[in-house]
Design a protein around this ligand. Structure first.
Ligand code: SAM
Length: 287
């Protein structure tokens, strides 16, 4: 536990506060905030990044879950009357209410304990987002940027790349934080595509196919997607059924999902496939 400004860092909120001025400056340079940007910070904590952004953009808005930090932030930044603090949970927060007509620039040194569900929630809101800059565990950034064939290629990378261009920027060691986390960190920039490069006819079906495939990532597609598509259907799409889920591109997954959607629309889906998919959509949170 580390104590700063009278606040005890809380593990359950994923609190590792940045204190290295060099790292903070590098993050600010990467974000490149401008006075008129609509910037939203997730998890301002004790305000290490907040302070530097406010100096350029006094209309900054923040979303913080730990209610004990709210008075600390109010006191520290009392001289910024347009600074807005939203006490709430970023996992369920409706970011569209913050836009005021302008696309948002979302930033944050995110709580690592909830980073994957938080990224999925943010991906569902990319319609109101200009760009996002996040500090995450290094492995999470690697998974987001992974390409077919990489060991860490999976659901997180495919769905992030469905919505965004992913740019890993630089790594940050544990010593930049108090308390120091046990893992390395990295900064990533996510820029939502203005037009999706591989739009799926039905997003839910794409998510279900990707989840089912990677629940059996070591198996061949024939087995991993059994009950979802037949070997003949895979071959008709030009996909070798002997490959593994990690070998398929986003475009391949979209083509499988679209085939299933088309089948569903024409009422041709097999009862077995429907049952398997229903199980999957309601299923786990594996990534
Ligand atoms: N930005 C600060 C910094 O860089 O020093 C703090 C970063 S700390 C890694 C993560 C922050 O996110 C903490 O302030 C924590 O209280 C906050 N947080 C944790 N879970 C949250 C949630 N679900 N919604 C909003 N904020 C959350």
């Amino acid at each position: 536990m580390s104590k700063k400004a009278g606040h005890q860092a809380r593990k359950r909120f994923g609190q590792n506060f940045l204190h290295d001025p060099g790292v903070i400056e590098r993050i600010i340079r990467a974000i490149h905030p401008k006075p008129d940007d609509a910037i939203v910070e997730i998890g301002p904590g004790l305000g290490a990044i907040t302070e530097e952004i406010l100096a350029v953009n006094p209309k900054l808005q923040v979303v913080e879950l730990d209610r004990d930090l709210i008075p600390v932030l109010r006191t520290k930044f009392f001289n910024y009357p347009d600074f807005r603090i939203h006490e709430g949970d970023a996992l369920t927060f409706d970011f569209s209410q913050l836009t005021d007509g302008k696309p948002l620039r979302i930033i944050g040194n995110l709580p690592y304990n909830i980073s994957t569900p938080l990224i999925f929630h943010l991906l569902s809101q990319t319609g109101v987002v200009q760009d996002m800059h996040f500090m995450l565990q290094k492995e999470v950034v690697q998974r987001m940027a992974a390409v077919p064939g990489d060991n860490n290629y999976g659901r997180l990378g495919i769905m992030t790349q469905y919505f965004c261009k992913v740019q890993p920027l630089f790594e940050v060691g544990p010593g930049a934080f108090r308390p120091a986390p046990k893992v390395d960190s990295a900064i990533v920039r996510l820029v939502p595509h203005t037009e999706l490069p591989h739009p799926a006819k039905d997003l839910g079906t794409l998510q279900a196919v990707v989840r089912t495939a990677f629940n059996a990532r070591r198996k061949t597609l024939r087995k991993a997607l059994a009950g979802v598509v037949t070997v003949e259907q895979l071959l008709a799409l030009g996909i070798n059924d002997g490959l593994r889920p990690e070998n398929l591109s986003l475009a391949d997954y979209v083509s499988i999902a679209d085939l299933i959607t088309a089948e569903k629309e024409s009422g041709q889906g097999s009862a077995q496939a429907d049952e398997s998919r229903a199980k999957d959509v309601s299923g786990d949170t594996h990534d």
